[in-house]
Design a protein around this ligand. Structure first.
Ligand code: SF4
Length: 362
């Protein structure tokens, strides 16, 4: 059981972050924000995949002008991503953003900082201070020689101090780096001193395969230590993949509030069916299932029945057929080519049962 570090809680729209609340998975659109149709399409795909908070960049006036319409058509909270331009932050608040990602130290003159923080405060919105090892302040690089956890935490402290000077404390913090050890140490160091909720991420993690592994190690290790209140997986891929990977990380630690956990054997010489094909097809079919459940796909009778009886739904194959299990009960033998249909039926049966009041928490 993971004991989560107690952080203060902030609200992003209707989603609580920190203070022991479930850990939301977030992602970011990749479209030009001013392209309304393309952005909405991506937002809808992210929402369908279960993305709980969506960040959208607001780099220019055209984007700011489109943000209001985007927000109207979103069902999950919107984070406006702002760099430097304080006017965009003000406009994003007017457009209905639920949180602003901005570093107060990058806004510039004091009156501009005050204008942004006053506006955000009057709208009761939080901000995220996003420290990134790749864009640390020059003087901190000079002081520490290169990006270190201490330099990153010092950078975060500067932005926090500016917020406090303006009587603003509704803050979420991230300390991202593409180097997994650096990012983990920065979060650990920060977490010792502060109780602001933490947004975890390995930045610029890379293509799907290596990026997912880096994120799983970096984000997963911190979560296992109880650090972290929301996560974003950064991949050089469709952002929908980021959401799937984010949930896989949470599921593997028993921290997910939705989705299917698949247990599948790695296969060996005993295998008598095409389990690779079956597990690929199954993974694809289950991507958007919200109900938490576990499914075992096992290649033979050695470990198959054991695993299959310990999951919500399972199949233990033999030669050309398999025994199917529902909540531990053996429901008989089905042929290999019919296995997928039977499993899908049981999945729907399970979903229905859960919707009708059953409980199955990870
Ligand atoms: Fe091999 Fe059977 Fe174990 Fe799968 S369940 S790895 S087929 S022994």
């Amino acid at each position: 059981m993971i004991e989560r570090k107690q952080t203060r809680q902030v609200l992003v729209g209707d989603i609580p972050i920190g203070g022991g609340a479930p850990i939301p998975v977030q992602s970011m659109t990749t479209t030009k924000t001013h392209d309304l149709d393309a952005t909405i399409k991506e937002v809808e795909r992210l929402e369908e995949a279960g993305c709980q908070i969506i960040r959208i960049t607001v780099p220019d006036q055209k984007s700011a002008n489109t943000l209001k319409e985007i927000k109207k058509r979103m069902t999950v909270p919107l984070i406006a991503d702002i760099h430097f331009n304080f006017r965009m932050a003000l406009e994003a608040v007017d457009a209905g953003a639920d949180k602003i990602r901005i570093n107060p130290g990058n806004i510039g003159k004091k009156d501009r900082v005050k204008a942004v923080l006053d506006k955000v405060k009057s709208a009761h919105l939080p901000i995220r201070i996003g420290v990134n090892a790749g864009s640390l302040e020059k003087d901190l690089i000079e002081k520490y020689g290169y990006p270190t956890p201490e330099a990153m935490v010092e950078s975060a402290k500067r932005h926090i101090r500016i917020c406090k000077e303006n009587d603003f404390d509704d803050i979420i913090v991230s300390l991202k780096a593409s180097d997994v050890n650096l990012m983990m140490d920065a979060y650990r160091l920060f977490s010792k001193e502060f109780d602001y909720p933490l947004h975890l991420g390995v930045t610029e993690a890379g293509p799907t395969k290596s990026g997912s592994i880096k994120s799983a190690v970096g984000v997963g290790s911190l979560l296992a230590e109880g650090i972290g209140d929301t996560i974003r997986v950064s991949l050089t891929d469709d952002p929908v993949e980021e959401v799937h990977v984010g949930f896989e990380i949470l599921k593997s630690l028993g921290l997910a509030t939705r989705g299917v956990t698949i247990v599948a054997c790695p296969t060996c010489g005993r295998l008598e069916v095409d389990l690779f094909k079956i597990s690929r097809e199954m993974e694809d079919k289950l991507k958007n299932i919200e109900t938490p459940m576990s499914i075992a796909l096992m290649g033979c009778a050695v470990n198959g029945p054991g695993e299959a009886t310990h999951t919500d739904i399972g199949i233990a194959f033999g030669k050309g057929s398999g025994h199917i299990y529902y909540k531990g009960e053996n429901r008989g033998k089905v042929r290999e080519e019919e296995a997928m249909d039977h499993l899908v039926k049981m999945i729907h049966e399970f979903e229905k049962e859960q919707t009708n009041g059953g409980k199955n928490e990870f």
